[in-house]
Design a protein around this ligand. Structure first.
Ligand SMILES: N[C@@H](CCC(=O)N[C@@H](CSS)C(=O)NCC(=O)O)C(=O)O
Ligand SMILES: [Fe+2]
Length: 288
């Protein structure tokens, strides 16, 4: 049985090599799947996902905490942390006895500053993760098909550009020993009964339509959909629900493009501060 209990980086993208850690975390490229697949039947059958959905009310942002609670070291990751709620999130992680290993972003946010930089200042072992296509600085860059492992669990990367050019969706593993039903963290690509705007940051309604239909709507219908924002009080949806009820993405492509061209949303208040900060994964100075 093959088990991975050290950081492994299978691409030169991840230079320079990081120091070995006793925690079972890694990122693998699609071409490196075979050894891990050999261990599916036995390595992870006792893995247990710990999951929390957290909210930042000023920007209506969801942050997600995931951990392998069955692993002795309880490796954990945060998706889309916000600078304003870093202390709350780190305190929760400490109370739950987790070891935070990754602070990941779905994209370069325009409406708030990511908490990634502050987290790294406070917990230096944490590695920031964002897509290569985002053009942002981070410890690790991922792309379509990569897998981010934490303990015996993993998230698969699906490229879902359109809201921004570098948007990605993180999807829980597709093997029987991974959490079922699957969970998709879609950032702003797909919101509950909506989707991310496409009028700035290299947005493209044509690209977003293709991304959602090819990368998200092809997931099993019971896949749980967790967005980066909600402005109406929703917390979670499913692929099946959005396939049936999403008022934008159930339309044909021309109608969708027309809807997106006429949203008339106000310019994001924070964009001039948030985008430059998020291009370097947030505030990097040591604060404590
Ligand atoms: N009023 C807020 C921004 C609201 C907004 O534009 N949200 C974005 C996601 S954050 S980049 C969006 O894509 N919304 C789509 C929609 O249909 O609401 C601010 O000033 O920042
Ligand atoms: Fe966004």
């Amino acid at each position: 049985m093959l088990r991975f209990h050290s950081l492994r980086f299978s691409s030169s993208l991840f230079a320079p090599p990081l120091p070995l850690s006793p925690v079972s975390i890694s990122i693998t490229k699609p071409t490196r799947l075979t050894p891990r697949m050999a261990s599916y039947s036995t390595s992870s059958s006792s893995s247990k996902l710990l999951f929390r959905q957290l909210f930042e009310k000023e920007s209506s942002t969801y942050t997600y905490l995931l951990a392998d609670a069955s692993h002795p070291e309880k490796p954990a990751l945060l998706i889309d942390p916000v600078d304003k709620t870093v202390d709350r999130d780190l305190s929760l992680i400490q109370q739950l006895g987790l070891k935070l290993v990754y602070a990941m972003n779905t994209h370069v946010h325009a409406d708030h500053v990511t908490g990634t930089g502050l987290i790294k200042s406070k917990v230096p072992v944490v590695k920031s993760v964002i897509s290569k296509a985002s053009g942002a600085t981070a410890d690790l860059h991922v792309e379509q098909g990569d897998k981010v492992h934490f303990g015996d669990l993993f998230l698969e990367i699906r490229a879902t550009p359109g809201h921004t050019a570098g948007c990605i969706t993180y999807v829980t593993g597709d093997t029987p020993d991974q959490p079922q039903p699957r969970m998709a963290f879609a950032g702003d690509a797909l919101l509950i009964r909506g989707c991310g705007r496409t009028d700035f940051q290299g947005g493209s309604s044509e690209q977003l339509y293709k991304s959602v239909h090819s990368q998200i709507f092809t997931l099993p219908k019971d896949t749980l959909l967790y967005p980066a924002h909600d402005y109406k009080g929703f917390t979670v949806s499913t692929v099946g629900e959005e396939l049936q009820y999403n008022p934008r993405l159930t339309k044909d492509e021309e109608t969708f493009k027309n809807i997106m061209a006429n949203l008339s949303l106000s310019y994001s208040k924070m964009i001039d501060i948030a985008v430059p900060a998020n291009m370097v994964c947030g505030i990097q100075s040591k604060t404590s």
